[in-house]
Design a protein around this ligand. Sequence first.
Ligand code: NAP
Length: 294
Amino acid sequence: MSAPLFGRVALIGVGLIGSSLARVLQRDGLAGEIVACARSQATRDAVARLGLADRITADPAEAARDADLVVLCTPLSAYAEIARRIAPELKPGAIVSDVGSVKGAAIRDIAPALPAGVHLVPGHPVAGTEHSGPEAGFAEIFQDRWCILTPLPGGDDAALERVSLLWQAAGMKVVTMDAEHHDMVLAITSHLPHLIAYTIVGTATDLEETLKSEVIKFSAGGFRDFTRIAASDPVMWRDVFLANREAVLEMLQRFTEDLTALQRAIRWGEGDKLQELFIRTRAIRRSIIEAKQA
Ligand code: NAP
């Protein structure tokens, strides 16, 4: 048997993404040892019950001690404190990575704390579901999806290569780009759609009682698809919008302008304008299906 890709791997946060990564590491024998760090006793108990790690601790510093790879898998708002706590325990040559949905803020909060000789390789596996916690994870979640790595200028190539191999083993197609570009792309492909879903479901919830029951009853008309997205983890998404503020506000501005144009077309009975847009958007859906990302 060949040697595992990493010796000791520490997963800080073992929710949907962290536990899915643990399952991949176990399935493919990619780690000599898996150390899981979870904040609550309930999560630590679940990780033990599911047998997802060799060791479980509540202390990020203890998890990171002598680890070859440390992956932050918590909501973004926890990053700065975790980075501060793990820093003194990191051995020279260790790799620190993460799975956060916003990369500029991740780098801002982790990089300054890390000692020289430790390599930061920020990452974002663009895969997920609306569920949370270690029970919700599964190894196949990453299969055929994209993983975006946002290495820092002058970063260590060997570290980048090893993190890349990890996500490829998980079944992902890996691409690198700079953090700012990542945050702009994700603002329109992921963050704005979530904001719209939260808004629509919120608006419907505010409707008076009779209408609300009708909304649920006839949800198959389109509303249902939004409720799935709007059921996503509240803490994670609060953090995403705060961490990617500039890019989300920029995309929201464009969206608002386009919405106003549609509003005007409806008001003035300009059916051709509506149809023109709907034809273009249908083509986008077809290309997503062709790219096997549906
Ligand atoms: P999750 O299922 O809610 O799990 C979060 C984990 O982080 C839990 O183990 C939780 O521990 C721990 N945690 C939360 N707050 C913490 C704190 N202040 N200090 C230490 N640990 C803390 O979340 P997730 O969906 O896996 O998301 C984790 C990260 O992945 C986020 O940064 C998110 O942006 C990114 N991501 C998510 C998706 C997705 O679709 N969900 C996709 C790609 C990337 P307890 O259970 O003990 O509280």
